[in-house]
Ligand binder design. Structure first.
Ligand code: SF4
Ligand code: SF4
Ligand code: SF4
Length: 314
């Protein structure tokens, strides 16, 4: 196979997925020797969309510009990869679906508590769509590479696979598969916030009453967070089991597992996860696979929690 031409594009995102290219360190030389990057917002000043074999698209569909850019990438690239959790699931921007675009504009501009209030810009800004959605709601996607951002190992594997003309490997296991902490039964009777106490470095966070989403999150990262003392927040997105099986959900799976490992009541764990749904569902909230499960209640949980917050004057 000859040189592989690549276009990249970022939609609504934080740019971390594009920075992940640099994270390849010296391996980027292997990639650059085999691919020709034609269009890449962080590397080239090319505004149009030349024909390319591979298109890497990061970011969610949040505004009209995102939609048009996604269509141009599809027209110009033979293979399109949804690159990173924003493109695959909608990512953190999906939390915006709890509010209307008007509510967001009011909170950000007119009633911003930390800057001088100002009217929302009316010119040279692409209008927001009514909802944040993943890339595949607008164009056909050939491959999915979740992660926030995807780990360099998997970026390299995906690019190598395409250069070699084979399909990239898919992840089938959860973060727990790469985590060395031991899941064991304990007498722990209370849920803990992540900033409380000093967790035992050998023991699974769930066994200690801390919320860790490793068991419901696809392994696209080699478990760096639990290996370094921090519970997984699910940034690579939910496992296929959670996404595709109608009776499985992030909060019920975690509650089931933690209540078996500790003395904490299952319903108490479910309620705690619902109260912090904006965090625990933030990466995948915009995908219909999560949004149309029992978690269509996410909006209500968050509204209830925000009402309690306001009532408590917090
Ligand atoms: S997936 Fe994460 S790193 Fe990539 S653009 Fe979205 S928020 Fe940024
Ligand atoms: S739940 Fe978290 S801490 Fe426990 S094994 Fe899985 S990744 Fe590790
Ligand atoms: S361990 Fe969890 S939060 Fe940390 S990078 Fe992996 S998926 Fe993301």
């Amino acid at each position: 196979m000859g040189e592989v031409t690549v276009n990249t594009e970022w939609l609504s995102d934080c740019s971390g997925c594009h920075v992940a290219i640099v994270d390849l360190h010296e391996k980027i030389l292997n990639v650059l020797a085999a691919v020709k990057i034609q269009r890449c917002p962080v590397l080239t000043d090319v505004k149009d969309y030349p024909k390319a074999r591979v298109g890497l698209v990061s970011g969610a569909i949040r505004n009209v510009h995102d939609r048009e850019a996604a269509l141009k990438m599809r027209e110009s690239c033979d293979i399109v990869i949804a690159w990173g959790s924003c493109a695959v699931f909608g990512g953190p921007a999906g939390a915006g679906n709890i509010h209307t675009p008007e509510e967001i504009a009011t909170a950000v501009y007119l009633e911003n508590k930390t800057t001088t209030p100002a009217p929302p810009p009316s010119r040279q800004v692409s209008p927001l769509e009514s909802k944040v959605t993943p890339l595949d709601t607008v164009i056909y996607v050939d491959f999915y590479l979740p992660g926030c951002p995807p780990h360099p190992l998997f970026v390299f594997e995906a690019l190598s696979a395409l250069v070699e003309g084979r399909e990239p490997e898919t992840a089938k296991r959860s973060v727990c598969a790469k985590c060395k902490r031991k899941m064991e039964k304990t007498e722990v009777a209370e849920l803990k916030s992540n900033f409380e106490g000093i967790p035992d470095p050998e023991r699974c966070f769930l066994s200690q009453g801390y919320t860790c989403l490793g068991s419901v999150t696809i392994d696209r990262c080699l478990a760096p967070c639990p290996s370094n003392g921090v519970p997984c927040t699910g940034c690579a997105g939910a496992t296929m089991q959670v996404l595709t099986e109608p009776n499985r959900d992030i909060r019920t799976e975690i509650a089931e597992r933690m209540s078996r490992l500790t003395r904490i009541d299952r319903e108490e764990i479910v309620r705690s996860l619902e109260r912090s749904a904006k965090s625990h569902y933030s990466y995948t909230m915009a995908t219909s696979m999560i949004g149309e499960k029992p978690t269509f209640l996410i909006k209500r949980w968050i509204e209830d929690e925000e009402a309690d917050y306001e009532a408590g004057g917090r």
